[in-house]
Design a protein around this ligand. Structure first.
Ligand SMILES: [Zn+2]
Length: 384
Protein backbone atom coordinates (compact mmCIF):
# COMPACT_ATOMS: atom_id res chain seq x y z
CA UNK A 1 0.00 0.00 0.00
CA UNK A 2 1.10 3.56 -0.75
CA UNK A 3 3.72 2.42 -3.24
CA UNK A 4 4.74 4.72 -6.04
CA UNK A 5 5.62 2.86 -9.21
CA UNK A 6 7.27 4.77 -12.02
CA UNK A 7 5.95 4.13 -15.53
CA UNK A 8 8.07 6.54 -17.56
CA UNK A 9 10.17 9.65 -17.24
CA UNK A 10 11.09 12.38 -19.70
CA UNK A 11 13.65 14.79 -18.34
CA UNK A 12 12.42 15.61 -14.84
CA UNK A 13 8.78 14.89 -15.81
CA UNK A 14 7.44 11.60 -14.50
CA UNK A 15 4.39 9.43 -14.83
CA UNK A 16 3.60 6.68 -12.36
CA UNK A 17 1.00 5.01 -10.18
CA UNK A 18 0.47 5.67 -6.49
CA UNK A 19 -1.53 2.97 -4.70
CA UNK A 20 -3.88 3.81 -1.84
CA UNK A 21 -6.43 1.76 0.13
CA UNK A 22 -9.19 3.38 -1.95
CA UNK A 23 -7.63 2.84 -5.33
CA UNK A 24 -4.72 3.75 -7.57
CA UNK A 25 -3.84 7.27 -8.61
CA UNK A 26 -2.13 7.70 -11.97
CA UNK A 27 0.21 10.67 -11.78
CA UNK A 28 0.56 13.48 -12.68
CA UNK A 29 -2.93 14.11 -11.31
CA UNK A 30 -5.02 17.15 -10.49
CA UNK A 31 -7.09 16.77 -7.30
CA UNK A 32 -10.37 18.73 -7.14
CA UNK A 33 -10.76 20.55 -3.85
CA UNK A 34 -13.73 19.51 -1.72
CA UNK A 35 -13.21 22.06 1.02
CA UNK A 36 -15.96 21.11 3.46
CA UNK A 37 -16.53 17.63 2.04
CA UNK A 38 -18.01 18.69 -1.29
CA UNK A 39 -16.51 19.72 -4.59
CA UNK A 40 -18.67 22.83 -4.70
CA UNK A 41 -21.91 22.29 -6.57
CA UNK A 42 -21.13 18.85 -8.02
CA UNK A 43 -22.55 15.45 -7.10
CA UNK A 44 -20.20 12.48 -6.70
CA UNK A 45 -21.06 11.04 -10.14
CA UNK A 46 -20.13 14.35 -11.75
CA UNK A 47 -16.78 14.42 -9.96
CA UNK A 48 -16.15 10.86 -11.15
CA UNK A 49 -17.13 11.81 -14.70
CA UNK A 50 -14.42 14.49 -14.66
CA UNK A 51 -11.88 11.67 -14.44
CA UNK A 52 -10.88 12.89 -10.98
CA UNK A 53 -9.03 10.12 -9.16
CA UNK A 54 -8.57 11.71 -5.76
CA UNK A 55 -10.24 14.62 -4.00
CA UNK A 56 -8.94 16.92 -1.30
CA UNK A 57 -10.77 18.02 1.84
CA UNK A 58 -9.82 20.68 4.38
CA UNK A 59 -9.15 19.60 7.95
CA UNK A 60 -9.66 23.10 9.37
CA UNK A 61 -13.15 23.42 7.90
CA UNK A 62 -14.31 19.90 8.81
CA UNK A 63 -12.90 20.20 12.32
CA UNK A 64 -14.93 23.38 12.90
CA UNK A 65 -18.02 22.11 11.12
CA UNK A 66 -19.46 19.46 11.48
CA UNK A 67 -16.59 18.27 13.72
CA UNK A 68 -14.13 15.44 13.10
CA UNK A 69 -15.60 13.22 15.83
CA UNK A 70 -19.04 13.34 14.25
CA UNK A 71 -17.53 12.49 10.83
CA UNK A 72 -15.72 9.54 12.42
CA UNK A 73 -18.89 8.36 14.19
CA UNK A 74 -20.77 8.54 10.90
CA UNK A 75 -18.28 6.17 9.31
CA UNK A 76 -15.45 8.47 8.20
CA UNK A 77 -15.14 11.00 5.41
CA UNK A 78 -15.40 8.53 2.50
CA UNK A 79 -18.75 7.32 3.77
CA UNK A 80 -19.89 10.76 4.93
CA UNK A 81 -19.40 12.45 1.55
CA UNK A 82 -20.12 9.31 -0.52
CA UNK A 83 -16.76 9.30 -2.28
CA UNK A 84 -15.21 5.82 -2.59
CA UNK A 85 -11.95 6.95 -4.16
CA UNK A 86 -8.81 8.22 -2.45
CA UNK A 87 -9.06 11.37 -0.32
CA UNK A 88 -6.30 13.69 0.86
CA UNK A 89 -6.73 16.02 3.83
CA UNK A 90 -4.50 19.01 4.41
CA UNK A 91 -3.38 19.77 7.96
CA UNK A 92 -5.36 22.95 8.50
CA UNK A 93 -2.11 24.87 8.88
CA UNK A 94 -2.63 26.96 5.78
CA UNK A 95 -6.19 27.95 6.79
CA UNK A 96 -5.15 28.75 10.36
CA UNK A 97 -2.49 31.07 9.03
CA UNK A 98 -4.66 32.66 6.34
CA UNK A 99 -8.33 32.45 7.46
CA UNK A 100 -8.61 32.34 11.23
CA UNK A 101 -9.20 35.70 12.90
CA UNK A 102 -6.72 35.87 15.73
CA UNK A 103 -3.82 33.58 16.31
CA UNK A 104 -0.88 33.02 18.54
CA UNK A 105 1.88 30.85 17.18
CA UNK A 106 3.89 29.08 19.82
CA UNK A 107 6.25 26.17 19.68
CA UNK A 108 3.53 24.01 21.16
CA UNK A 109 1.00 24.86 18.45
CA UNK A 110 -1.35 27.56 17.21
CA UNK A 111 -4.20 29.22 19.08
CA UNK A 112 -6.81 30.64 16.75
CA UNK A 113 -10.35 31.88 16.57
CA UNK A 114 -12.84 30.28 14.23
CA UNK A 115 -13.73 32.40 11.21
CA UNK A 116 -17.32 31.13 11.66
CA UNK A 117 -18.20 32.11 15.24
CA UNK A 118 -15.04 33.47 16.84
CA UNK A 119 -14.68 30.49 19.19
CA UNK A 120 -11.16 29.76 20.43
CA UNK A 121 -9.26 26.61 19.38
CA UNK A 122 -5.77 25.15 19.55
CA UNK A 123 -4.07 23.05 16.90
CA UNK A 124 -0.98 21.12 17.93
CA UNK A 125 0.87 18.56 15.80
CA UNK A 126 -0.65 15.84 17.98
CA UNK A 127 -4.23 17.12 17.79
CA UNK A 128 -4.02 17.56 14.03
CA UNK A 129 -2.93 13.92 13.66
CA UNK A 130 -5.92 12.88 15.78
CA UNK A 131 -8.31 15.00 13.73
CA UNK A 132 -6.97 13.69 10.41
CA UNK A 133 -7.15 10.14 11.77
CA UNK A 134 -10.80 10.66 12.74
CA UNK A 135 -11.63 12.05 9.29
CA UNK A 136 -9.95 8.99 7.79
CA UNK A 137 -8.48 10.27 4.52
CA UNK A 138 -5.95 8.07 2.71
CA UNK A 139 -3.24 10.72 2.50
CA UNK A 140 -2.85 13.13 5.41
CA UNK A 141 -0.56 16.14 5.63
CA UNK A 142 1.66 17.01 8.56
CA UNK A 143 1.01 20.22 10.51
CA UNK A 144 3.32 22.94 9.24
CA UNK A 145 3.88 26.65 9.47
CA UNK A 146 3.49 28.35 6.12
CA UNK A 147 5.12 31.79 6.21
CA UNK A 148 3.47 34.45 4.06
CA UNK A 149 4.70 35.29 0.57
CA UNK A 150 7.52 37.80 0.73
CA UNK A 151 8.78 36.39 4.05
CA UNK A 152 12.32 37.31 4.98
CA UNK A 153 15.03 34.72 5.21
CA UNK A 154 14.84 34.87 9.02
CA UNK A 155 11.09 34.28 8.97
CA UNK A 156 11.50 31.39 6.55
CA UNK A 157 14.24 29.88 8.69
CA UNK A 158 12.11 30.17 11.82
CA UNK A 159 9.13 28.55 10.07
CA UNK A 160 11.39 25.74 8.86
CA UNK A 161 12.65 25.09 12.35
CA UNK A 162 9.15 24.99 13.79
CA UNK A 163 7.81 22.85 10.94
CA UNK A 164 10.62 20.34 11.47
CA UNK A 165 10.00 20.04 15.21
CA UNK A 166 6.24 19.77 14.57
CA UNK A 167 6.94 17.07 12.00
CA UNK A 168 8.77 14.96 14.57
CA UNK A 169 5.78 15.28 16.89
CA UNK A 170 3.31 14.51 14.08
CA UNK A 171 5.30 11.39 13.24
CA UNK A 172 5.36 10.20 16.84
CA UNK A 173 1.61 10.65 17.30
CA UNK A 174 0.91 9.17 13.84
CA UNK A 175 2.93 6.05 14.72
CA UNK A 176 1.11 5.66 18.03
CA UNK A 177 -2.28 5.91 16.35
CA UNK A 178 -1.20 3.41 13.66
CA UNK A 179 -0.95 0.74 16.34
CA UNK A 180 -4.51 1.16 17.52
CA UNK A 181 -7.06 -1.28 16.16
CA UNK A 182 -9.79 -0.43 13.68
CA UNK A 183 -8.03 2.57 12.25
CA UNK A 184 -7.91 3.47 8.56
CA UNK A 185 -4.62 2.92 6.74
CA UNK A 186 -3.11 6.30 6.07
CA UNK A 187 0.04 7.80 4.59
CA UNK A 188 1.54 10.83 6.31
CA UNK A 189 3.21 13.35 3.99
CA UNK A 190 5.54 15.99 5.47
CA UNK A 191 5.31 19.54 4.09
CA UNK A 192 8.52 21.15 2.88
CA UNK A 193 8.86 24.85 3.53
CA UNK A 194 11.68 27.32 2.95
CA UNK A 195 9.98 29.95 0.82
CA UNK A 196 12.16 30.95 -2.17
CA UNK A 197 15.48 30.21 -0.46
CA UNK A 198 17.06 27.24 -2.24
CA UNK A 199 19.46 26.37 0.57
CA UNK A 200 16.66 26.39 3.16
CA UNK A 201 14.55 24.20 0.88
CA UNK A 202 17.38 21.70 0.42
CA UNK A 203 18.19 21.70 4.12
CA UNK A 204 14.55 20.98 4.94
CA UNK A 205 14.43 18.12 2.42
CA UNK A 206 17.55 16.61 3.97
CA UNK A 207 16.29 17.02 7.54
CA UNK A 208 12.98 15.36 6.66
CA UNK A 209 14.72 12.35 5.17
CA UNK A 210 16.97 12.09 8.22
CA UNK A 211 13.81 11.55 10.28
CA UNK A 212 13.02 8.36 8.35
CA UNK A 213 11.01 7.06 5.43
CA UNK A 214 8.03 8.96 4.03
CA UNK A 215 5.35 7.73 1.61
CA UNK A 216 5.42 11.01 -0.26
CA UNK A 217 6.26 14.69 0.13
CA UNK A 218 4.22 17.86 0.15
CA UNK A 219 5.86 20.98 -1.23
CA UNK A 220 4.27 23.93 0.55
CA UNK A 221 4.81 27.67 0.66
CA UNK A 222 4.87 28.20 -3.10
CA UNK A 223 2.39 30.07 -5.26
CA UNK A 224 1.98 32.53 -2.37
CA UNK A 225 2.86 35.60 -4.41
CA UNK A 226 6.51 34.95 -5.26
CA UNK A 227 7.82 35.43 -8.81
CA UNK A 228 7.19 32.42 -11.06
CA UNK A 229 10.91 32.05 -11.79
CA UNK A 230 11.51 31.58 -8.04
CA UNK A 231 8.97 28.77 -7.91
CA UNK A 232 10.50 26.99 -10.93
CA UNK A 233 14.02 27.34 -9.54
CA UNK A 234 13.00 25.90 -6.15
CA UNK A 235 11.30 22.94 -7.86
CA UNK A 236 14.37 22.30 -9.97
CA UNK A 237 16.54 22.31 -6.84
CA UNK A 238 14.17 19.94 -5.03
CA UNK A 239 13.92 17.51 -7.95
CA UNK A 240 17.25 15.86 -7.22
CA UNK A 241 16.97 16.32 -3.44
CA UNK A 242 13.81 14.22 -3.10
CA UNK A 243 13.70 10.44 -3.54
CA UNK A 244 12.62 9.40 -7.05
CA UNK A 245 10.30 6.68 -5.81
CA UNK A 246 7.96 8.90 -3.80
CA UNK A 247 5.15 11.13 -5.10
CA UNK A 248 5.51 14.91 -4.76
CA UNK A 249 2.46 17.02 -4.10
CA UNK A 250 2.82 20.68 -5.05
CA UNK A 251 0.29 22.26 -2.72
CA UNK A 252 -2.12 24.90 -4.01
CA UNK A 253 -0.94 24.83 -7.64
CA UNK A 254 -2.36 25.51 -10.02
CA UNK A 255 -3.46 27.30 -12.99
CA UNK A 256 -3.10 25.37 -16.28
CA UNK A 257 0.24 26.87 -17.28
CA UNK A 258 1.66 26.45 -13.76
CA UNK A 259 0.58 22.82 -13.69
CA UNK A 260 2.43 22.04 -16.93
CA UNK A 261 5.56 23.88 -15.79
CA UNK A 262 5.54 21.98 -12.50
CA UNK A 263 4.99 18.60 -14.19
CA UNK A 264 8.07 19.40 -16.28
CA UNK A 265 9.97 19.86 -13.00
CA UNK A 266 8.99 16.52 -11.47
CA UNK A 267 5.80 17.26 -9.51
CA UNK A 268 3.06 14.64 -9.43
CA UNK A 269 0.01 15.87 -7.50
CA UNK A 270 -1.75 19.22 -7.64
CA UNK A 271 -4.73 21.01 -6.14
CA UNK A 272 -6.18 24.48 -6.51
CA UNK A 273 -9.47 26.21 -5.73
CA UNK A 274 -9.26 28.31 -8.92
CA UNK A 275 -11.43 26.03 -11.14
CA UNK A 276 -14.54 26.43 -8.97
CA UNK A 277 -13.75 29.94 -7.73
CA UNK A 278 -13.23 31.16 -11.30
CA UNK A 279 -16.46 29.46 -12.32
CA UNK A 280 -18.31 31.56 -9.76
CA UNK A 281 -16.98 34.66 -11.54
CA UNK A 282 -17.72 33.46 -15.08
CA UNK A 283 -14.04 32.81 -15.86
CA UNK A 284 -13.06 29.75 -17.91
CA UNK A 285 -9.89 28.26 -19.38
CA UNK A 286 -9.56 27.47 -23.05
CA UNK A 287 -6.61 26.00 -24.92
CA UNK A 288 -6.98 28.40 -27.90
CA UNK A 289 -7.93 31.66 -26.12
CA UNK A 290 -6.29 31.24 -22.72
CA UNK A 291 -8.27 32.37 -19.69
CA UNK A 292 -11.38 34.32 -20.64
CA UNK A 293 -14.35 35.82 -18.85
CA UNK A 294 -17.63 34.87 -20.44
CA UNK A 295 -19.22 38.16 -19.44
CA UNK A 296 -17.36 39.84 -22.32
CA UNK A 297 -19.75 41.18 -24.95
CA UNK A 298 -17.94 39.32 -27.74
CA UNK A 299 -19.44 36.04 -26.49
CA UNK A 300 -23.05 37.26 -26.86
CA UNK A 301 -23.65 35.33 -30.06
CA UNK A 302 -20.68 32.95 -29.96
CA UNK A 303 -22.02 29.49 -30.79
CA UNK A 304 -18.78 27.62 -30.16
CA UNK A 305 -18.28 25.48 -27.04
CA UNK A 306 -16.16 27.03 -24.27
CA UNK A 307 -13.21 25.01 -25.57
CA UNK A 308 -13.77 23.16 -28.85
CA UNK A 309 -11.08 20.63 -27.89
CA UNK A 310 -12.64 19.80 -24.50
CA UNK A 311 -14.58 16.58 -23.88
CA UNK A 312 -16.48 17.72 -20.76
CA UNK A 313 -20.26 17.65 -20.36
CA UNK A 314 -20.53 21.44 -20.62
CA UNK A 315 -18.56 21.66 -23.86
CA UNK A 316 -20.33 18.71 -25.44
CA UNK A 317 -23.77 20.29 -24.84
CA UNK A 318 -23.70 24.08 -24.55
CA UNK A 319 -22.28 27.06 -26.41
CA UNK A 320 -20.61 30.23 -25.17
CA UNK A 321 -23.65 32.39 -25.96
CA UNK A 322 -25.91 30.36 -23.66
CA UNK A 323 -23.30 30.08 -20.90
CA UNK A 324 -22.64 33.83 -21.10
CA UNK A 325 -26.37 34.43 -20.72
CA UNK A 326 -26.43 32.25 -17.57
CA UNK A 327 -23.41 34.06 -16.13
CA UNK A 328 -24.82 37.52 -16.81
CA UNK A 329 -28.21 36.47 -15.40
CA UNK A 330 -26.42 35.16 -12.32
CA UNK A 331 -27.96 31.71 -12.67
CA UNK A 332 -26.83 28.84 -10.41
CA UNK A 333 -26.48 26.53 -13.38
CA UNK A 334 -23.65 28.66 -14.77
CA UNK A 335 -21.51 27.94 -11.71
CA UNK A 336 -22.08 24.19 -12.01
CA UNK A 337 -21.47 24.06 -15.76
CA UNK A 338 -18.35 26.24 -15.64
CA UNK A 339 -16.98 24.30 -12.64
CA UNK A 340 -17.38 21.06 -14.60
CA UNK A 341 -15.47 22.56 -17.52
CA UNK A 342 -12.66 24.17 -15.48
CA UNK A 343 -12.10 21.05 -13.37
CA UNK A 344 -12.11 18.77 -16.41
CA UNK A 345 -9.67 21.16 -18.10
CA UNK A 346 -7.05 20.59 -15.38
CA UNK A 347 -7.78 16.88 -14.86
CA UNK A 348 -7.42 16.40 -18.61
CA UNK A 349 -4.21 18.44 -18.78
CA UNK A 350 -2.70 16.06 -16.22
CA UNK A 351 -4.09 13.10 -18.21
CA UNK A 352 -2.54 14.43 -21.43
CA UNK A 353 0.75 14.97 -19.58
CA UNK A 354 0.76 11.30 -18.53
CA UNK A 355 0.16 10.14 -22.09
CA UNK A 356 2.81 12.48 -23.49
CA UNK A 357 5.44 11.52 -20.91
CA UNK A 358 4.80 7.85 -21.62
CA UNK A 359 5.15 8.48 -25.35
CA UNK A 360 8.29 10.57 -24.81
CA UNK A 361 6.71 13.62 -26.47
CA UNK A 362 5.88 15.68 -23.38
CA UNK A 363 8.42 18.45 -23.68
CA UNK A 364 7.62 19.56 -27.25
CA UNK A 365 3.89 19.30 -26.60
CA UNK A 366 4.20 21.32 -23.39
CA UNK A 367 6.15 24.08 -25.13
CA UNK A 368 3.63 24.33 -27.98
CA UNK A 369 0.73 24.26 -25.55
CA UNK A 370 2.22 26.99 -23.36
CA UNK A 371 3.15 29.16 -26.36
CA UNK A 372 -0.39 29.02 -27.69
CA UNK A 373 -1.97 29.56 -24.28
CA UNK A 374 0.25 32.51 -23.37
CA UNK A 375 -0.06 34.14 -26.80
CA UNK A 376 -3.84 33.97 -26.39
CA UNK A 377 -3.53 35.40 -22.87
CA UNK A 378 -1.67 38.41 -24.29
CA UNK A 379 -4.27 38.98 -27.00
CA UNK A 380 -7.07 38.30 -24.52
CA UNK A 381 -5.82 40.86 -22.02
CA UNK A 382 -6.40 43.57 -24.67
CA UNK A 383 -9.97 42.38 -25.15
CA UNK A 384 -10.94 41.89 -21.51
ZN1 LIG B 1 -15.19 21.68 -21.31
Amino acid sequence: MFDYRSIATEGAARTGIFTTPHGDVSTPAFMPVGTVGTVKGLITEEVEALGAQVVLANTYHLYLRPGHELVRDLGGLHRFMRWDGPILTDSGGYQVFSLADIREVEDDGVIFRSHIDGSKHTFTPESVMEIERALGADIIMAFDECPPGGATRDQAQEANRRTLSWLERCRRRFDELEHETDVPKQALFPVLQGNVFDDLRLEHARQFQDLGEWRGFGIGGLSVGEAKEDMWRVLEALHTALPEDRPRYLMGVGYPDDLLEAVARGCDLFDCVAPTRNARHGTVWTSEDGQVNLKAARFRDDTRPVDPGCDCYTCSRYDRAYLRHLVVANEWLSVRLLSIHNLRFLVRLAEQSRQRIEAGTFDGWRRDWLDRYRRAEDVGSDQR
